[in-house]
Write a protein that binds this ligand. Structure first.
Ligand SMILES: CC(C)(COP(=O)(O)OP(=O)(O)OC[C@H]1O[C@@H](n2cnc3c(N)ncnc32)[C@H](O)[C@@H]1OP(=O)(O)O)[C@@H](O)C(=O)NCCC(=O)NCCS
Length: 175
């Protein structure tokens, strides 16, 4: 099954206002990011300020003529020292935020063989490849086990040391 990816813009805010992806600190941050809820920087700010592309991922159920917001993903450009911590800086793909709605987390039942989180990761990796990035990178909190395991499954590796807030940098080579 495929998810429909739609580029996020202000007109989609009505879709994201009820988005929930968990009760952890980072899940709330992710939900607020896509809802454009202050006080933290939001998806719309990331688009406007950093040129990030943000996608909403929809599951279309034809039988019911309905669509559901499964999650969101994002991809922008950053300049990182690669290899870290003090290699020369160059452009790399950066994933500011992604999330899967609570109802779609975990291994789906029925005909959908892959977790939705995997479909969303594959989308980002494909987009990163199309844009010609050699690497994709991101930050994840060391206690965010689900996200960390997901990134590891897609061959992201921890680089350098955790920072004082417990954030890890992870990097995936695309080619
Ligand atoms: C991170 C997120 C996208 C992952 O999606 P998900 O549907 O929960 O992911 P999965 O069910 O595929 O689980 C991911 C991995 O965590 C593991 N996992 C699931 N629940 C777990 C738990 N309670 N404890 C430990 N590991 C767990 C799974 O086994 C899987 O690893 P595997 O592929 O090696 O088996 C989702 O949990 C989410 O939206 N979280 C809130 C927002 C967030 O943290 N975003 C990332 C910010 S960096």
């Amino acid at each position: 099954m495929e998810l429909k990816a739609v580029e996020f813009s202000p007109e989609h805010l009505s879709w994201t206002q009820t988005f929930e992806c968990g009760t952890s600190e980072w899940a709330k941050l992710a939900a607020d990011w896509i809802k454009n809820a202050p006080p933290f920087p939001s998806a719309l700010q990331s688009i406007q300020i950093h040129g990030t592309t943000v996608w909403l991922h929809f599951l279309e159920v034809e039988k019911l003529s309905e669509e559901y917001l499964v999650g969101f993903s994002s991809l922008g450009t950053t300049r990182w020292s690669i290899p870290p911590p003090d290699g020369p800086k160059r452009e790399a793909g950066f994933i500011p935020m992604l999330a899967v709605a609570l109802a779609f987390q975990g291994r789906p039942e029925g005909g959908q063989p892959k977790p939705y989180s995997h479909l969303i990761m594959e989308h980002i990796i494909t987009e990163g490849g199309k844009r010609g990035y050699r690497e994709l990178c991101l930050f994840v909190h060391e206690d965010n086990v689900r996200a960390f395991c997901l990134y590891q499954r897609f061959d992201f590796q921890v680089i350098g040391e955790r920072d004082e807030r417990g954030m890890l940098r992870m990097l995936k080579l695309l080619y």
